[in-house]
Design a protein around this ligand. Structure first.
Ligand SMILES: Nc1nc2c(ncn2[C@@H]2O[C@H](COP(=O)(O)OP(=O)(O)O)[C@@H](O)[C@H]2O)c(=O)[nH]1
Ligand SMILES: Nc1ncnc2c1ncn2[C@@H]1O[C@H](COP(=O)(O)OP(=O)(O)O)[C@@H](O)[C@H]1O
Length: 220
């Protein structure tokens, strides 16, 4: 048996959820995480919202119209779905299930409603992180500075921030995104610890039996 077999202990993938009020930094932290980590991929949501400049269909979101969205709901194609800021958003089920079954992790940028639905259906696979801004002034600065939304849309998002933030107690971990590099490091630490959870290492009993020399009779 090589030392590498420790790494080969079978593990079911986990679902890492990042939620925050709009503008607190989920997208920025998610991108950094995907660049720096292996074994994790992003769940690409479907949405009825219009694409922002620079957003790519199929990469940032699957941009669909309201009819198509409702057909997907009726066909049971979503793992969860919700209405946020007068648009619909949903997580396509099939890619997530395939990734988890393959022992890889999935990263979600979804709101508290979606997180609650995932918690109801798959609590054991879920690791949830709520990202808070350091202050309301800084949140406003980030929303405006992003330069992607009109003043009206920024105002609407600021108005909803309080409601969104009231859901922080439902999350496993809280990160205050003051310094970006610190926050990225914190989310990476959460992922590293979650991957090592005893319950997630499905192959552990067999592995420890081998370590203890107890596997000689099992294979016949
Ligand atoms: N429940 C749910 N929420 C989603 C999904 N995709 C995105 N969201 C949330 O919808 C909200 C708006 O997202 P978006 O329009 O991209 O704006 P941004 O967060 O300001 O960049 C955010 O809180 C996202 O986390 C999804 O598939 N399901
Ligand atoms: N720690 C940070 N310090 C300063 N600016 C940040 C920080 N994190 C994110 N930003 C900036 O704030 C804006 C909103 O971030 P974004 O990731 O789009 O938020 P969200 O996805 O939560 O809506 C972006 O312009 C981003 O570059």
């Amino acid at each position: 048996m090589s030392g590498n077999e420790l790494r080969a202990v079978a593990r079911r993938g986990l679902m890492l959820v990042l939620s925050s009020p709009s503008g607190a930094g989920k997208t920025t932290i998610s991108r950094a995480l995907l660049e720096r980590e292996t074994g994790i991929s992003m769940s690409v949501s479907a949405t009825t919202r219009s694409p922002r400049p620079g957003e790519i269909d199929g990469k940032d979101y699957h941009f669909v119209d309201v009819d198509r969205f409702h057909r997907m709901v009726e066909a049971g194609e979503f793992l969860e779905h919700a209405r946020v800021f007068s648009n619909y958003y949903g997580t396509p089920r099939a890619p997530v299930e395939a990734t988890l079954a393959g022992g890889k992790d999935v990263l979600f940028d979804i709101d508290w409603q979606g997180t609650q639905q995932l918690a109801q259906n798959a609590r054991a696979d879920l690791v949830s992180v709520f990202i808070l801004p350091p202050s309301l002034e800084e949140l406003h600065r980030r929303l405006s500075g992003r330069g992607l939304d009109s003043a009206d849309v920024v105002a609407e998002r600021m108005a909803k921030a309080g409601d969104e933030m009231s859901h922080w107690p439902e999350y496993d971990y809280i990160v205050v995104n003051s310094d970006l590099e610190t926050s990225i490091g914190e989310v990476r630490s959460i992922l590293a610890a979650a991957r090592l959870k005893r319950e997630r290492q499905a192959g552990l009993p067999a592995f420890v039996n081998r370590l203890r020399g107890l596997d000689r009779d099992s294979g016949g």
